[in-house]
Design a protein around this ligand. Structure first.
Ligand SMILES: [Zn+2]
Length: 69
């Protein structure tokens, strides 16, 4: 459970922030590659797990940028 995922691009262990909530720790930020190379692909996969409409990675990049406005 505390095992950090590894970046698919460079293999580095990814970082995230955790807080102690009494019964354990809760992750409060997304996993991020310290080299920032695999983060977008990971975020895309997370979004697609809950998305009503599946879109391509390229479309997601465009929509993601726009929806952050
Ligand atoms: Zn990486």
């Amino acid at each position: 459970m505390s095992y950090p995922p590894k970046c698919k691009s460079c293999g580095a262990e990814m970082d995230a922030e955790f807080v102690d909530i009494g019964i354990g720790t809760q992750q409060v930020t997304d996993w991020e590659c310290p080299n920032e190379c695999g983060y977008l692909e990971w975020q895309y996969e997370q979004d697609m797990k809950v998305a009503n409409v599946k879109i391509s990675f390229d479309e997601w990049l465009k929509n993601g940028v726009n929806s952050n406005e």
